[in-house]
Ligand binder design. Structure first.
Ligand SMILES: [Zn+2]
Length: 496
């Protein structure tokens, strides 16, 4: 509660001007993790103007939110939305969940930073299976395109290491030469000056797997002066996960920068249960240096289709295939049986393709999600024909399934993991909190009914229980329908 709950005036004392909108009698979750309270929230322009005791504020318009929860708009810290933000920009998979800000350019893959004819190499093709979208050689070019035709949500951007390698190198199967490193450093400088918030890497994937730690440190030093983050899909999330965590921590220490471990998981049957070890290592490191992490609330992962992951998975679903689009959504084992071939041969025939792998232990998923510092990121893949349901379901699933139904943590904590915590870790000022002066990025939902509807069988379905979503004070989703408004902004790195 504000110190003076009777402070209903929006402007100075004696000013009788009413705010444009008051959301009244809402159960307010302010994003800090503090206990919920019943209150009125006044919105003026793109900001929250005032907060007061329930039933005390009057606005030119009002919404009675009795029985509903009002939270800061959710921040999806791990996305591959670079192209969806430009491609129509309606962002339905995100706004339907209450997401008002996305962080794009993850896993070493940014759409900006590379101009290319034709298809990009895997996994850059996750953004662009058909080719033609890698046409922004600089971040300035990309931001200009965004701002000419804004998206429904706000977005902050990472510059992708694999994208830079594809732009700077003719052979991605080796370490970068000194000249190639200089070229990538110049590209990072450009991106950070334009307003990117950090560097992402995906050393798990072929375009970056040959990059030694020294290359990553040399590039990441460009982030030190400007306070950029190092955000990583680590080299290994299976048997060698501890050395991969140690490499990430080493890069952070060497450069004096914060690191973010993306979609933290322990993959493969042989590694089930090892989140006990990984979280202990991360918690210990947090005493010494800034470390953050995120995860998505599912026991299946999704990325390019690769035979190397078959033995680690109990089940594999085809998410998309260029030569065999009819296989999207089918079990790989069934496809192989129908064709009378081995799973490995089916993988070969389906290429290029994407897949969903059931390779995690639900107990690890819950342990990681419940870890106090873990943020929520969907890792949704918006261009897959039959996407992982995390694209449409992540945030309501944490609220409804994990918090309300399983009682993994209180709703205050669930909201904090998707609002105040990521805003602090990613430096998104005046976002992720309900307080006077903060941007009016808001979601109004029913805590009794909010739940994900997307499933592995039927993955493209808006969640239930999300009533109203506002971005910068403008409604983008109302009663199950997108409003068509596109008030989103590029959230540039604050000058430090
Ligand atoms: Zn990734």
């Amino acid at each position: 509660m504000p110190a003076d709950p009777g402070a209903a005036a929006v402007a100075g004392a004696g000013d009788v001007r009413r705010p444009a909108l008051v959301i009244s009698n809402a159960t307010v979750f302010d994003g800090s993790g503090a206990p919920r309270f019943t209150g009125d929230v006044a919105i003026e322009g793109d900001r929250i103007a005032a907060i007061a005791e329930g039933g005390t504020l009057r606005g030119a318009a009002s919404i009675d939110a009795s029985g509903l929860a009002l939270a800061p708009g959710f921040i999806d810290v791990h996305t591959h939305d670079d192209r969806m933000l430009l491609d129509g920009g309606g962002m339905a998979p995100k706004v339907s969940q209450g997401v008002t800000t996305v962080v794009a350019g993850n896993c070493g893959i940014s759409l900006a930073g590379l101009a290319l004819q034709g298809r990009p190499p895997q996994p850059l093709d996750l953004l662009d299976p058909a080719g033609g979208w890698f046409r922004f050689p600089t971040f300035e070019d990309y931001f200009a395109a965004f701002e000419r035709q804004p998206a429904a949500t706000n977005a902050a951007f990472l510059v992708g290491h694999s994208t830079l390698r594809a732009a700077a190198m003719d052979d991605l199967s080796r370490a970068a030469s000194p000249a190639e490193c200089r070229r990538m450093c110049a590209a990072i400088d450009e991106a950070m000056q334009a307003g990117a918030i950090g560097l992402s890497t995906g050393t798990f994937y072929p375009p970056a797997a040959a990059a030694p730690t020294s290359e990553l440190i040399e590039l990441s030093r460009r982030l030190t002066a400007c306070g950029g983050l190092y955000v990583t899909h680590m080299r290994n999330e299976a048997e060698a996960i501890l050395p991969a965590i140690d490499e990430t921590l080493e890069i952070g220490r060497a450069c004096g920068i914060g690191v973010v471990i993306s979609h933290h998981k322990v993959a493969g049957l042989a590694n089930h249960g090892r989140s006990v070890e990984t979280l202990a290592r991360i918690a210990e490191a947090m005493q010494q240096q800034p470390v953050a992490l995120d995860c998505y609330p599912y026991e299946a992962s999704s990325t390019v289709l690769s035979a190397s992951r078959l033995s680690m998975s109990s089940r594999v679903l085809v998410a998309w295939s260029t030569p065999h689009p009819e296989c999207a959504g089918r079990d790989l084992a069934q496809v192989a049986a129908d064709w009378g071939v081995s799973a490995e041969e089916a993988v070969r025939r389906l290429q290029p393709a994407g897949a969903i792998y059931f390779m995690m232990d639900e107990r690890d998923v819950q342990r990681i999600l419940a870890f106090p510092e873990t943020m929520v990121g969907s890792d949704g893949l918006p261009h897959d024909a039959s996407p992982h349901p995390r694209l449409w379901g992540t945030f309501p699933r944490v609220l409804g399934h994990y918090s309300r139904d399983l009682g993994l943590f209180p709703l205050e904590v669930a909201v904090h993991k998707m609002t105040g915590l990521p805003a602090a870790r990613f430096g998104l000022n005046a976002r992720g909190r309900i307080e006077p002066g903060a941007y009016a990025d808001l979601v109004l939902f029913d805590p009794a009914t909010v739940i994900d509807s997307a499933t592995f069988e039927s993955p493209v379905r808006p969640a239930a229980g999300i009533h109203l979503v506002m971005v910068n004070g403008t409604p983008v989703w109302r009663d199950g329908v997108a409003t068509g408004e596109r008030p989103g902004r590029v959230l540039r790195r604050e000058e430090r």
